[in-house]
Write a protein that binds this ligand. Structure first.
Ligand code: NAG
Ligand code: NAG
Ligand code: NAG
Length: 262
């Protein structure tokens, strides 16, 4: 019985997949492997947040995440999130914030400086956005990088700015904020005076990417940017898309299977 059903299901699904115009169009990297029905997702444990997972799907924050992983600061952050009562608040610059700086800005930092720079983007305690009102009366505020590495926070009618020596980004969105973990997107990289003796130069305005081909393979708004060297990030994106399209096919297959019976 089960086998018969499964067989009908598979045949129906194959028929749908093969006849689907989408598959016919983008033939080369077709998902070749067996198509498994998605397991019902188990409810996530309420208090555990995987920071790397979170940062890899939000943003885009790939540059910041790569630095965190390269230096292992991701472990420090995750450990603080996992194991402390205080929790953590992280200010995460978008990829565009890193792109706005000259490429050489981080090139000759030592490993320790790079770590401090990353730790400077976090407070070793959870703060909801509402708590910044009070926090901004306590300037300068020490960061995870240590008591000398401070920020000056301003809270003006709900607009929160996070001032470092050479930049004054604002919190542009709340990516995640549930005690003990807060992740806030900022529109600039924080640049402390302990690491940068002078104002780091900005990058020249980027030329528009002449990249028409990539976009008709998949309607992915980031594909133009990705072409410039974010292969890893791109892989993630496309496997995510593959996952989604498998689910779409399954839905089609199920309705196709039903149609066979009617
Ligand atoms: C954080 O907790 C998760 C889940 O309990 C665990 O898998 C992970 O290894 C922990 N990481 C750190 C750095 O403590
Ligand atoms: C990198 O090195 C150059 C030349 O040695 C120096 O002028 C510059 O200030 C350094 N950059 C940083 C961020 O330390
Ligand atoms: C923060 O404010 C204090 C007092 O006004 C000032 O001395 C310090 O340089 C400021 N720090 C930053 C990072 O702007």
């Amino acid at each position: 019985m089960m086998e018969l059903k499964a067989g009908i299901f598979t045949v129906a699904m194959l028929a749908i997949v093969l006849s689907s115009p989408t598959t016919a169009q983008k033939s080369p990297p077709a998902p070749a492997t067996p198509v498994l029905p998605p397991a019902p997702a188990p409810a996530p444990a309420p208090h555990h947040v995987d920071l790397a997972d979170l940062l890899s799907v939000a943003g885009p924050f790939h540059t910041f995440l790569e630095y965190l992983q390269k230096t292992n600061v991701i472990e420090t952050f995750q450990n603080q999130a996992n194991n402390t009562k205080e929790g953590i608040t992280i200010f995460v610059p978008k990829d565009s914030a890193f792109a706005a700086l000259k490429k050489t800005t981080f090139a000759n930092l030592t490993q320790d400086q790079l770590k401090s720079l990353l730790l400077y983007h976090a407070l070793p305690k959870y703060y909801s956005l509402a708590e910044f009102n009070k926090l901004s009366t306590l300037n300068p505020v020490a960061t995870f990088a240590g008591s000398q590495y401070t920020l000056n926070l301003t809270y003006d009618m709900g607009t929160i700015q996070v001032k470092s020596m050479w930049s004054n980004p604002k919190i542009s969105s709340s990516v995640y904020s549930t005690r003990p973990v807060a992740v806030y997107e900022v529109n600039k990289v924080l640049l402390p005076m302990q690491i940068f003796k002078s104002d780091p130069p900005l990058a020249p305005a980027p030329a528009p990417a002449p990249d028409a081909k990539a976009s008709d393979v998949a309607p992915n708004p980031t594909s133009g940017k990705a072409a410039s060297g974010k292969a890893k990030a791109d892989e993630k994106n496309s496997s995510y898309q593959v996952g989604v399209s498998i689910i779409t096919y399954l839905a089609l297959a199920v309705s196709g299977g039903l149609m066979l019976f009617w």
